[in-house]
Design a protein around this ligand. Structure first.
Ligand code: PMP
Length: 393
């Protein structure tokens, strides 16, 4: 690397350290479950998106092992070459059924699914209306699509209406929102967004990474939570690495939507298919998730316990419906200090800092899983009280 480029990198790294924004990986030894050994230290983790405790489920692991015996490990090629197996096909059909949509299409990651969807739906003559707190992959997807972007206030349909009334009438319109917001744990006002989409002849796309499998009677996500089907939310994206406990993502929607993605979406066409064993494992986890009322009910009980505990500590939090509960701290350094104290007490809870959240809105992000126990949530609340009590360092 040139000296000047190297200096440029060093300066940026130093600025990040100075601003209390340093990020680093932690090394996990063993499976994804609440009791973990991370960087050699035993902790109870409250940061995983494995909401139903399926990541280490024996039935899911067995399905993966059996599929490896049959298909081998690597997919070897893109879906449209010869990477698409019977296992992928069965999972796509299961996901279409699970979401009540005509068809579903697999992607290797949620990030790629969002890039693919947005660039398939809109281009530079079109307008996207996006919630200000949408996930980074959606924001990047809109940027890459070249469409005009209109950001509306978080979960505020009135502000969105104003934006839509002011926007020109040329091109297509697309409203994009997270179903459950990944950093705040609140649920988008989908019925109101669906009404606006209808009124203004706009598409409505929901990224339900954190709602699917968790919300709704059979885990159908934030759409099922509100009783909305395909007509109200025609463009649905979900990830498989969260509540479903595996990895990858999918888009579910009409035959025309899925076929257009297959024909034109670069993040679908020009990348290796996910391994067949992953598809087979996910098929097992989707089947478990559908009937996992016991896991969802336990998770709801834990959420109520956590919500009550946060209330008693005088901490504001979203209604305890989704398994993401942020604890607002404000200052990034203080958020990091509280997270470090919790770690010292044996609890892994990440501090979420700018630029992931706006300046002054640093927070702890607590996520719950059906694999947690009431005793673990109680112990976390006590440790949190002590960690918040200590003066800023
Ligand atoms: N959308 C949302 C709302 C997410 O939270 C995430 C992951 N954090 C993604 C998309 C990206 O999914 P993946 O991890 O599969 O790339």
């Amino acid at each position: 690397m040139s000296d000047s480029l190297d200096r440029y990198l060093q300066e940026r790294l130093q600025a990040r350290r100075d601003a209390g924004r340093w990020r680093r990986t932690r090394t996990l030894d063993g499976p994804q479950r609440p009791e973990q050994v991370i960087d050699g230290r035993p902790v109870v983790a409250f940061c995983s998106n494995d909401y139903l405790g399926l990541a280490g489920d024996p039935a899911v692991a067995t399905a993966a092992r059996e599929a490896i015996d049959h298909y081998g490990v690597g997919a070897g090629a893109a879906h449209l070459i010869n990477g698409h197996t019977r296992a992928h096909d069965e999972l796509e059909q299961a996901l279409a059924r699970f979401t009540g949509r005509e068809r579903a299409l697999l992607f290797s990651t949620g990030y790629m699914a969002n890039l693919a969807l947005v660039q398939t739906l809109v281009g530079r003559h079109d307008t996207v209306f996006e919630d200000r707190w949408n996930h980074a992959s959606l924001i990047d997807a809109v940027r890459l699509s070249g469409a005009r972007s209109q950001r509306y206030r978080h979960a505020d349909p009135d502000h969105l209406r104003g934006r839509m009334e002011k926007a020109g009438t040329t091109g297509h319109r697309l409203i994009i929102t997270d179903g459950v917001f990944s950093m705040d744990g609140d649920i988008a006002p989908l019925p109101e967004l669906a009404d606006l989409a209808r009124e203004f002849d706009a598409g409505l796309m929901v990224d339900d990474a954190h709602g699917l499998s968790v919300l709704g009677k059979t885990g159908g996500g934030s759409c099922q939570h509100f009783g909305l089907g395909h007509d109200a939310v025609p463009i649905l994206m979900g990830t498989l690495g969260k509540g479903f406990g595996t990895a990858g993502a999918f888009v579910a929607g009409s035959d025309a939507l899925i076929e257009t993605l297959i024909q034109t979406a670069r993040p679908y066409i020009y990348t290796t298919a996910m391994p067949a064993a992953l598809a087979a494992a996910t098929l097992a986890s989707v089947q478990i998730a559908e009937g996992a009322n016991d896991r969802r009910e336990h998770l709801q009980r834990l959420l109520l316990q956590l919500g009550k505990g946060l209330d008693e500590l005088g901490l504001t939090h979203p209604p305890p419906l989704a398994p993401i509960q942020p604890v607002h701290i404000g200052d990034a350094r203080r958020a990091s200090a509280v997270a470090e104290r919790l770690l010292g007490a044996g609890f892994l809870v990440p501090a979420i800092r700018p630029p992931t959240v706006p300046e002054g809105q640093a927070r702890l992000r607590i996520t719950l899983s059906a694999a947690h126990t009431e005793a673990q949530v109680g112990a976390l609340l006590r440790a949190l009280e002590r960690a918040l009590d200590q003066p800023p360092t």
